[in-house]
Design a protein around this ligand. Structure first.
Ligand code: ADP
Ligand code: MG
Length: 242
């Protein structure tokens, strides 16, 4: 088993991040402007370049959308959220794409009805990013098991997949901005997770066995007392505690 404790120093590499953004956005832009220049020079045979240009544009769009999530101000709306509802919501959201790949998502709650003080939208974002990674790690179907339990006044959310696992050299690099092993990846997902969890004063661990699967565990405090940004919230969304 390869263990990896997430290091927060990667998050403070703002300079590296800015350079990365410029680099990542410049690549697809160079491709597009190259084709456009070609189009200008000779009009024939330009049609098969259009799909390439469109996919490069889609890539820019994806990078920017994910990047904007990172750039969002760190002020949260902390509220008491029933964690099982949150998880069910996210599973419902991703179930179709899982089923299409013959992946089953199961969840197990050792504690029913427990509330966690968190920003529900941000924690949803974390869960979506993690589940997407699990789905993307399985080519021939498999299982994702979500286990929620409580220990020492902390809530543990464990996401375990039977995917292809993460080799040591990749494990060391994940969480670095733009580090991805996927042709269409952005390498921002886990960084966003890290950041959100850090804002919640929680932790995230990843352990993986190559060829067998990956387990990501999130630890959240049940109560974040005297927390900046904490406020009363009176939304009527059903999972919020009344
Ligand atoms: P992206 O998904 O865009 O590549 P992430 O930050 O979400 O960016 O993940 C970074 C890398 O970590 C992935 O490219 C992949 O190599 C690895 N990874 C993350 N989660 C898993 C997982 N559950 N199983 C296998 N590899 C994973
Ligand atoms: Mg991802």
């Amino acid at each position: 088993t390869e263990e990896y404790i997430r290091r927060s120093e990667k998050l403070s590499a703002v300079g590296q991040l800015a350079a990365g953004v410029a680099h990542e956005i410049r690549n697809p832009l160079t491709v597009i402007s190259g084709f456009l220049q070609l189009m200008q020079q000779r009009e024939q045979n330009t049609n098969n370049h259009v799909p390439v240009m469109l996919s490069e544009l889609a890539r820019i769009n994806k990078i920017i959308s994910e990047f904007l999530l990172l750039a969002k101000p760190g002020v949260q709306k902390f509220e008491n959220v029933k964690i099982c509802y949150l998880i069910r919501e996210v599973v419902t959201l991703l179930d179709t794409s899982a089923i299409m790949k013959s992946i089953s998502i199961t969840s197990e709650f050792s504690i029913d009805d427990t509330t966690v003080e968190c920003d529900p939208d941000q924690i949803k974002q974390v869960l979506i990013n993690l589940l997407k990674n699990s789905i993307e790690a399985m080519d021939d179907g498999g299982q994702i098991h979500i286990h929620v339990y409580e220990k020492d006044n902390m809530i543990y959310i464990q996401i375990k997949d039977t995917g292809n696992g993460i080799p040591q050299e990749v494990l060391e690099r994940i969480g670095e901005p733009f580090f991805t092993t996927k042709p269409k990846g952005t390498g921002l997902g886990l960084m966003i997770c890290d950041r959100i969890i850090e804002h919640h004063h929680g932790k995230m661990d990843i352990s993986s066995v190559q060829g067998k699967g990956t387990t990501v565990t999130i630890y959240l405090n049940k109560v974040i007392s005297e927390q900046e940004g904490k406020n009363e919230y009176t939304s009527s969304e059903y999972y919020r505690e009344s």
